[in-house]
Write a protein that binds this ligand. Structure first.
Ligand SMILES: C[S@@+](CC[C@H](N)C(=O)[O-])C[C@H]1O[C@@H](n2cnc3c(N)ncnc32)[C@H](O)[C@@H]1O
Length: 220
């Protein structure tokens, strides 16, 4: 077998720092052959944001998603992004500085969060797969507490994936580039897991030939 030995590969790649953090958006554009801006616009459209929505973003990164979401809001709407990465937060703050209803805070999303039934949407993209399952469940619990009843939690991440059946580019992505936790994430039944945590009424949108899924789940 070639590539980095399993024992030397970091378990999680979602804590983005250094060069990768400073050029994160560019790297995503290159990795997706220039299709990322269109893709993420489509995702944000699929969230069905309402003008007065209060939106919590877990792992808000460079603020690209927050800025796109803000276009759908009236002055009464609000976005709060949480992230742990200094470089990611600095970019997000710079990018959204002219948007008075968008703010960012430095917080670890797997630790208890001080929000209780105050958001209409919670969004997490390309973050959840990077945690061990018990921490993922804590993040899901944080989302549940932060949401008002009847409002929605959105996970944008890898769609269900069967290593034996996947095409070679997808297998390459999981074997060589992604953290080992990503394959574990993609093999779990997320609607069933979310169902056990008090969510239901699922809806999903697939992108990139079904490799990426936006899973919407209502707080029951
Ligand atoms: C792969 S990036 C995705 C960024 C953004 N969600 C997007 O889709 O563009 C992962 C993000 O999660 C943040 N992150 C990683 N671990 C975190 C944690 N424990 N708490 C909060 N943010 C975290 C990283 O700093 C980074 O901004």
């Amino acid at each position: 077998m070639t590539g980095t030995p399993e024992a030397e590969r970091p378990l999680s790649k979602v804590e983005v720092t250094g060069f990768e953090a400073r050029h994160y958006d560019l790297l995503m554009n290159v990795l997706t052959l220039g299709t990322y801006p269109l893709f993420i616009r489509r995702v944000v459209r699929d969230l069905h944001i309402q003008p007065q929505d209060h939106i919590l973003i877990l792992g808000s990164g460079t603020g690209r998603n927050a800025c796109l979401m803000a276009r759908y809001l009236s002055p009464r709407g609000r976005i709060l992004g949480l992230d742990i990465g200094e470089e990611m937060l600095a970019q997000a703050q710079r990018r959204c500085q002219k948007l008075p209803n968008v703010s960012f805070e430095k917080r670890r999303i797997e630790q208890p969060l001080p929000y209780d039934k105050e958001f209409d949407k919670v969004f997490i993209s390309f973050v959840l797969h990077g945690f061990p399952q018990e921490e993922r469940l804590r993040i899901v619990g944080n989302a549940w507490r932060a949401l008002r009843a009847g409002s929605e939690f959105f996970i944008l991440d890898y769609a269900p994936f069967e290593p034996a059946r996947a095409s070679w580019p997808v297998r390459m992505l999981f074997e060589r580039l992604e953290c080992p936790l990503a394959a574990d994430f993609a093999q779990r039944d997320w609607p069933a897991i979310l169902g056990e945590q008090g969510f239901g009424e699922f809806r999903e949108h697939l992108y990139y030939l079904g490799v990426i899924r936006l899973l919407g789940a209502e707080k029951l």
